[in-house]
Design a protein around this ligand. Structure first.
Ligand code: ADP
Length: 484
């Protein structure tokens, strides 16, 4: 990997703590390439005491960082953004090596991740308060926004760069210090951001990367350490619940971006080519491993067969392979367990009357590679209707009635993203209003952007990331009542 990089110094394997590069008291843990299984790097494995040390340094650094003007903080964030974009190719290669997604997609993630840094660099100047007319003649009421303090993050492996920048950029813009604990499967992208943070002039201790193999122990330190005032997590609903319980003891402010079970609905009046294009983007991007991936595709009976045929042609044009190979659109899944989950959903569908339209067998490439698959005749009593598949399996459900499909779409504990394709204006309004989701894509399969508030309702999470709302998660409101 190192020989592929223009700047091999971005491939750092130590943790970044207090502006220094730290070896792990627990030695190292291996990071391997999911496409080939080879070990890419041995990364510092920090002890719980070392994580506590990072938090202590963050606490000190934050006090000064909060005094910088928004413009000053914005200027170094802007530099961080520029460095990410200048090193997009290398950061993309590091990402593909540890995560498996195709190189073009990995570079796309770097641009997407960096866009949050750019956005919040600008937003740092706009942390506005408020004045409220007094309730008595001698009273003056001022509302100010202040950084919450030290923020800690736990993030997943599916977007090793962007899941961190979405949190770190608003935190830093707000004047918080940030301790990032990346997923143990994909720490290299996070460490590389530490390298660039140092070069950008972000002060020591303000952005730190703690690499640990023991997520549960790190999560406990984040929740039990009184210097941590904010926990921001992206991952499964199951782990989100654990962290919320742990965070309850010190009533810690939490943001949670948890699981999804996105419905993707195609109505009779939809532009079918556009619907197929949208479904391909939001089902098969990152080999189906995103929390906003279409998990259930509902197609109205009048266009069911036509949609299925068009989707089949598009799926059969995908090329599975090593993300570094030219023309590959679909990389491997992240692990054995991920492959087993998809197989399990597939077997449940075929055992209960669903049929494979294309794919449906393990890929010839072996390992964690899977054939992109479409199944038809899927119904609401199957596992895929209620659990997130997180893989390249597109299940087609058939429906007739608008109210029925809305009820089926909402029949889940999750409420992150939903998508639908239709042209009739009153139907568009009705469906977008009645879907119980934090994000609704209408005639589009791509809804992620730094300028809009991303987040879920129900058991998909708490809080929003991106947009001017995203910075609020890292601010406290203080109201000053003055008698004059
Ligand atoms: P996924 O299925 O996407 O891996 P997880 O919720 O299991 O989702 O993992 C998301 C992140 O949470 C990863 O970085 C993982 O290491 C971490 N994690 C897993 N279990 C715990 C835990 N008990 N406490 C804190 N973090 C955890």
């Amino acid at each position: 990997l190192s020989s592929m990089l223009n700047d091999p110094s971005l491939l750092e394997t130590r943790a970044y703590v207090g502006g220094k590069w730290l070896d792990g008291d627990k030695g190292t843990f291996e990071v391997s390439n999911p496409a080939r299984g080879d070990v890419v790097a041995e990364v510092a494995d920090l002890s719980r005491a070392q994580v506590a040390g990072a938090i202590a340094q963050a606490e000190v650094a934050q006090k000064d960082w909060a005094k910088w003007t928004g413009k000053e903080r914005g200027a170094v964030l802007r530099k961080w953004f520029d460095l990410m974009m200048a090193n997009q190719d290398d950061l993309g290669a590091i990402l593909t090596a540890e995560q498996g997604k195709p190189l073009a997609e990995a570079k796309g993630e770097i641009a997407y991740g960096a866009s949050f840094v750019e956005f919040f660099a600008e937003e740092a100047k706009r942390i506005y308060g408020e004045t409220i007319p007094g309730h008595q003649r001698d009273k003056r009421i001022t509302v100010v926004k202040q950084p919450i303090g030290v923020a800690a993050s736990i993030t997943p492996w599916n977007f090793p760069n962007a899941m961190i920048t979405r949190k770190a950029a608003p935190a830093l813009a707000a004047g918080c210090a940030f301790v990032a604990r990346p997923a143990e499967l994909t720490p290299l992208s996070a460490i590389a951001m530490g390298v660039l943070a140092e070069r950008a002039g972000i002060p020591a201790g303000v952005f730190q990367v703690v690499t640990t193999s023991d997520a549960s122990e790190t999560g406990k330190e984040f929740c039990e350490n009184h210097a941590v005032r904010k926990l921001t997590f992206t991952g499964s609903t199951q782990v989100g619940r654990i962290l919320l319980r742990q965070a309850a003891d010190q009533v810690m402010k939490c943001s949670m971006e948890l699981g999804g079970n996105a419905p993707f609905i195609v109505f009779d009046d939809a532009d079918l080519d556009a619907a197929v294009e949208g479904a391909m983007m939001c089902k098969f991007r990152n080999a189906g491993q995103t929390c906003v991936c279409a998990n259930r595709i509902y197609v109205q009976s009048g266009v069911y067969d036509a949609f299925a045929e068009k989707l089949k042609a598009a799926v059969e044009a995908l090329k599975v392979g090593d993300g570094f190979e030219d023309g590959v659109t679909t990389g491997p899944l992240i692990s054995d367990a991920a492959v087993a989950k998809v197989q399990n959903h597939l077997e449940d569908i075929t055992a209960n009357g669903g049929a494979v339209l294309t794919g449906g067998a393990p890929s010839d490439l072996g390992g964690f590679f899977m054939q992109p698959t479409i199944v038809t005749g899927v119904t609401q009593d199957m596992k895929v209707a209620h659990e997130e598949t997180f893989g390249p399996l597109a299940p087609l459900f058939k429906f007739d009635d608008v109210d029925d499909v809305i009820a089926m779409a909402n029949d889940t504990i999750f409420g992150l993203a939903a998508y639908f394709y239709a042209k009739d204006l009153s139907r568009v309004y009705k469906v977008s209003e009645e879907l119980e989701y934090g994000i609704v894509g209408v005639n589009t399969g791509i809804i992620s952007t730094e300028v809009a508030p991303f987040g879920g309702i129900k058991q998909s999470g708490l809080g929003r990331e991106g947009s001017h709302h995203g910075i609020e998660e890292f601010l406290e409101m203080k109201y000053v009542c003055m008698s004059v």
